[in-house]
Ligand binder design. Structure first.
Ligand code: UT7
Length: 323
């Protein structure tokens, strides 16, 4: 028998304010047509004044707990993937822990930018497989609107705010690829690419800074690396892309999503796509897509999912899981 980390609940939260592309036409030399055709984004949500990443994360977590039908004190740990924590410290995860009324266990943030949720799933899987935890709340939550340079049309039209959460629970499997739960993980980073995507502020500069991106360079790496990491993860689980029911990709750009599906020889009808409605929500995009995909009736129990992401670092990776 093998201990598997199985998804038993999922939920998400999006801030109330929806900003369509057309809103940027008033302040920037851009058009709805450019944003749609180059990125696939039509609208995004922005958090309200005073609404922090931990607030979005808490609401997504409450939805996932409700979906799983469990109380917070039955959870052993909270792992929160974010690059936009409310404060330098404490971790946003401990703020969520307090907001949920959790009086036991432990909580920490994972910072791997857009690959954060994949890294968080890898951590949760390791804690469950090793027997240290039985139940983990894994959240991706971001307020990238707070690190946008509103005069930079090449970045500020691409990102949005939001949060998604999963409950992962230890269950015994047969140790085969037919098991439910996380079946394999493939992680990478290469710090030599720092300058392609970074924030030009932080503690040592005593500023928050703004996101800076060489979009077309990141695009090139994404197309090359995402299918490769997804296929490497499938290989580790003794599976191939023909076994996959759904790709749940990081939602940065529809052209990257299409390019990755094509390289994996899978049709777009087997890809969960939310980028048109959410923009790029960094570490939140995958759990948001999982939650929306389940709500739409796309993702069902027993389906084989491969989820992949790349972002600042560069950091990238993939997880194969049976829902
Ligand atoms: O989640 C983290 C990972 N991030 C990503 O995966 C993002 C990856 N990159 C991308 O999604 C795309 O590269 C972008 C959507 C950012 C840009 O698309 P692109 O096809 O790579 O365009 P480009 O950067 O090569 O720019 C083409 C032109 C440029 O003008 P010139 O130099 O050709 O005259 C830009 O100045 O488009 C111009 N441009 C814009 N025009 C209108 C850039 N932003 C805008 C804009 N509106 N908002």
């Amino acid at each position: 028998m093998t201990r598997r980390a199985v998804v038993t609940g999922v939920g998400h939260y999006l801030p109330e304010r929806v900003v369509p592309n057309a809103e940027f036409e008033a302040t920037l030399d851009t058009t709805d047509e450019w944003i749609r055709s180059r990125s696939g984004i039509e609208r995004r949500h922005f958090a309200a004044e005073g609404e922090g990443t931990s607030d979005l994360a808490t609401k997504a977590a409450q939805a996932a707990l409700k979906d799983a039908g469990i109380e917070i004190d039955s959870v052993d740990a909270i792992i929160l993937a974010t690059s936009t924590a409310d404060l330098t410290f404490p971790s946003a995860a401990t703020m969520v822990q307090a907001a949920l009324g959790m009086t036991r266990g432990f909580a920490f943030d994972v910072q791997a930018v857009c690959a954060g949720f994949v890294y968080a799933l890898a951590n949760a899987n390791a804690l469950i497989a090793s027997g240290q935890c039985d139940r983990i709340l894994v959240i991706g939550a971001e307020t990238f609107s707070r690190i946008m340079d509103w005069t930079d049309r090449s970045t500020c039209v691409l990102f949005g705010d939001g949060a998604g959460a999963l409950i992962l629970e230890a269950k015994e499997g047969q140790g085969t690829s037919d098991d439910r739960g996380i079946l394999s993980v493939d992680l990478h980073s290469d710090g030599r690419y720092r300058d392609l995507l970074y924030v030009d502020g932080g503690v040592s500069t005593k500023t928050t800074g703004y996101l800076r991106m060489q979009g077309n360079q990141v695009f090139r790496h994404a197309v090359e690396k995402l299918a490769a990491t997804a296929e490497a993860a499938l290989d580790k689980a003794s599976l191939t892309s023909s076994d996959v029911d759904w790709i749940v990709p990081h939602q940065a750009n529809i052209r990257i999503i299409q390019g990755t599906a094509k390289k994996m020889a899978l049709p777009m009808s087997q890809v969960v796509v939310t980028v048109q409605d959410h923009g790029n929500t960094s570490a939140a995009s995958i759990p948001l897509a999982m939650s929306v995909g389940k709500q739409r009736g796309q993702i069902k129990e027993g389906d084989l999912l491969v989820t992949e992401a790349i972002g600042g670092g560069l950091a990238w990776g993939a997880v194969v899981l049976r829902w």
